[in-house]
Design a protein around this ligand. Structure first.
Ligand code: SF4
Length: 322
């Protein structure tokens, strides 16, 4: 559930917005990031944001609601061509106690925009969290394992969070929520791709009854180097076992983000790469620039020692040097 501040705007520097990015699933999406890097209820082996430094289940106002609302208001007042405003980014958005208030602000003030929330599902047992999500148009919850042992191995949750609780929370939420639910299952080869676990997931999905089931796998470097992407054929096979509405998430975004001004490019590139490793193609899609132009700025950042290249299956990724 992951997705880089659009740093320079008319009167305000955006600290809690990123993009718009060209998302594989959501098209042109403005990101809203409600927690500091990296605050989460999980510490997933595949996480693109790196190791969870604040593993917590404490809900609080991690960043000021007033500030987020002011940024969103200023941006959306002049935005165009957005498919979604998406809560995601540096960790788990449902940890923010003001999530519901911010969603309501967007829905009331800017009803033309659809609101999506990416969540790892860990806090859906909490009725306050479920209530906060009620006015979203789309919720994309994760469910990677039903077996406790596999859940602990892949998601490495905050102590006290169990696989059974996650499934119970998801099932309750799905009964209450009137918007769309696109359930994400992240396949980690050697962990949750066994026949037994896929059948458990199939049964769990039947209980939840999501509108869509989307299979994801490693696309950019994860937290643990031993995590590898699942082969396309394996994903197709798993989708067929899960049945009906299961699909493999495509690799390409078909939309296009608006181009930033020249002076913003280096800041925007660095902010995007800090949140997740990207290829030149990814960055070209996000920034709406030609790959050759992206390469020029990447060389500058690499020479300055701010980023480094890493070769993965999908090509060369650039990641921030901490
Ligand atoms: S749920 Fe997992 S993948 Fe999502 S931000 Fe937390 S650690 Fe990363």
């Amino acid at each position: 559930m992951l997705m880089s501040p659009h740093t320079q705007i008319t009167t305000m520097t955006y600290r809690h917005l990123f993009g718009p990015v060209c998302s594989r699933r959501l098209g042109i999406s403005l990101g809203v990031d409600l927690v500091p890097l990296k605050t989460c209820t999980f510490n997933c082996v595949y996480c693109e944001c790196g190791w969870t430094t604040n593993l917590t289940r404490e809900r609080r106002e991690y960043v000021p609601v007033d500030r987020v609302v002011a940024e969103v208001d200023e941006y959306l007042a002049t935005a165009s061509e957005l498919d979604y405003v998406t809560f995601a980014g540096s960790g788990e958005p449902t940890l923010h106690s003001g999530l519901g208030e911010i969603i309501s602000f967007i829905r009331d003030r800017y009803p033309r925009y659809r609101v999506a929330v990416l969540t790892n599902s860990a806090l859906l047992t909490d009725s306050d969290v479920r209530a906060a999500l009620m006015r979203a148009n789309l919720v994309v919850p994760s469910l990677d394992a039903v077996s406790e042992e596999i859940f602990q191995e892949i998601n490495r949750p905050c102590p006290g969070i169990t696989a059974g609780q996650v499934l119970a929370g998801l099932t309750t939420f799905a009964r209450e929520f009137r918007g769309e639910i696109w359930l994400e299952v992240f396949i980690v080869p050697g962990q949750n791709d066994t026949e037994e676990e896929i059948l458990r997931l199939r049964d769990a999905i039947a209980l939840i009854g999501p509108d869509r089931v989307q299979l994801n796998t490693l696309d950019r470097p994860g937290t643990e180097i031993w995590v590898r992407p699942a082969p396309d054929l394996a994903l197709e096979r798993i989708a067929s076992v899960l049945g009906g509405n299961a699909e493999v998430i495509g690799a390409a975004c078909t939309g296009r983000a608006s181009s930033p001004k020249a002076g913003e490019v280096v800041d925007l590139l660095l902010a995007t790469i800090r949140r997740r490793p990207c290829t030149i193609g990814d960055l070209a899609g996000v920034l709406g620039l030609r790959p050759a132009e992206i390469s020029k700025y990447l060389r500058i950042l690499e020479v300055e020692g701010q980023i480094e290249p890493v070769r993965e299956k999908r090509g060369v990724f650039y990641r921030a040097v901490v």
